[in-house]
Write a protein that binds this ligand. Structure first.
Ligand code: PLP
Length: 385
């Protein structure tokens, strides 16, 4: 088989399963509205949970940062790309989240890959929630360690898997809030299971940071859990992009030696670090609190309305409210119907989610208005959901 034949076969297979992914360029994709080709829809697809991607303070901070530092960092942090702006942001994050150290990464995907690749060695065991994000599962399966998956949110299963054939070092891996289901992990039980089995816990709180907990400190803080390794990302509630690993002094020093994504990759622009400081200040402020309260109100209104209309919801209390419809074609058709009625939603299909669980992944944000939620409910009802 040639490269060309292999590529064509893979594309054909995706097409036949209604699973071919395509992108659509939009004029605006974060915030209350999604606009494209002169039309606009109420946006129920973005992870800009607090609406900070458009926040004037973040925009101004990015502009000020660019005027001071330029638009690129000019190199890896190990060479010349680590500025005082990066350092101040790392210190602020560590202080906010109660860790000795924070290390910035260019994305959450890179942070997860780097952390797992740097830590896991042959003979170790990584035990991850089976619904963990692709960046975690891929890194774990590519590592020389053994990967086992525990049943979703099942701390007992995690403990059993950690305890079987336990010679090497062990790492339990989960998310704070699951990206495609929106439900929360029982972090206290999971951390306890890890401790009993002498394992460390790594939590990816991409969808919890900024949105839950006091001052938006996220799922771990809200549940009183302090994992050995915490990953937070900035593409969601922060409204920007990038990520940080929160850890001890020695883990940070270790990652600076062995995390290849840090060493061999250009650091994020300093201007972005300045903008992230501004976003962090909003998240920690009363305004951040008010935005979280608005979002919580929308989540409650959506759930109440949907349940009242007989729709089946998941356990999610977060901004991610999936409607699981099953077949790919049905999810695509429903998404199309909603779009025709002014609501932009995305159909999520395997392999992003398990086979037979294609869904509409609805995301609510603080920029929505109560009438947007009412419109969504009406349109879902009309679409027969
Ligand atoms: C749970 C989780 N972790 C990590 C990532 C990757 O983060 P980033 O978008 O910053 O690469 C995502 C999605 O974007 C996610 O949902």
């Amino acid at each position: 088989m040639s490269w060309q034949q292999r590529i064509a076969a893979a594309l054909n297979e995706r097409q036949a399963a209604d699973a071919l992914r395509r992108r659509q360029a939009v004029e605006q994709g974060a915030g209350r509205w999604l606009s494209r080709d002169g039309e606009r829809w109420i946006n129920f697809s973005s992870n800009d949970y607090l609406g900070l991607s458009q926040h004037p303070e973040s925009i101004r901070a990015w502009q000020t940062g660019a005027s001071r530092y330029g638009v690129g960092s000019g190199g890896s942090g190990h060479v010349s790309g680590y500025t005082v702006a990066h350092q101040q942001l790392e210190e602020a994050l560590a202080d906010w989240l109660g860790y000795p150290r924070a290390l910035l990464f260019i994305s959450g995907f890179a942070a997860n890959q780097a952390l797992i690749a740097a830590l896991a060695a042959k003979g170790d065991k990584l035990v991850a929630d089976r619904l963990s994000h692709a960046s975690l599962l891929e890194a774990a399966s590519l590592s020389p360690a053994t990967l086992r998956r525990f049943s979703h949110n099942d701390a007992g299963h995690l403990q059993r898997l950690l305890e079987v054939d336990a010679d090497g070092l062990k790492l339990a891996i989960t998310e704070g809030i699951f990206s495609m289901d929106g439900d929360s992990a029982p972090l206290a039980a999971i951390h306890q299971a890890a401790r009993v089995a002498d394992a460390w816990l790594m939590v990816d709180d991409a969808h919890g940071i900024g949105v839950t907990g006091e001052q938006g400190r996220g799922s771990c803080h809200a549940q009183g859990v302090h994992p050995e390794l915490l990953v937070v990302t900035f593409g969601k509630a922060f409204g920007l992009s990038g990520a940080a690993v929160l850890c001890s002094e020695s883990v940070a020093d270790y990652l600076l030696q062995f995390a290849r994504h840090l060493i061999y990759s250009t650091a994020m622009p300093a201007a972005q670090a300045v903008a992230l400081q501004a976003a962090l200040a909003v998240i920690r402020s009363e305004e951040g609190e008010a935005r979280r309260a608005t979002l919580a109100g929308h989540i409650a209104a959506f759930r109440e309305g949907a349940q009242g209309a007989g729709m089946t919801l998941t356990d999610s209390r977060s901004a991610i409210q999936p409607l699981i419809v099953g077949e790919n074609a049905r999810a695509l058709e429903l998404a199309g119907r909603l779009r025709a009625k002014g609501c932009w939603v995305t159909a999520i299909r395997p392999p992003t989610v398990p086979a037979g669980t294609a869904r509409l992944r609805l995301t609510l944000t603080a920029t929505h208005q109560p009438e947007d939620i009412a419109r969504l409910l009406e349109v879902l009802h009309d679409a027969g959901q």
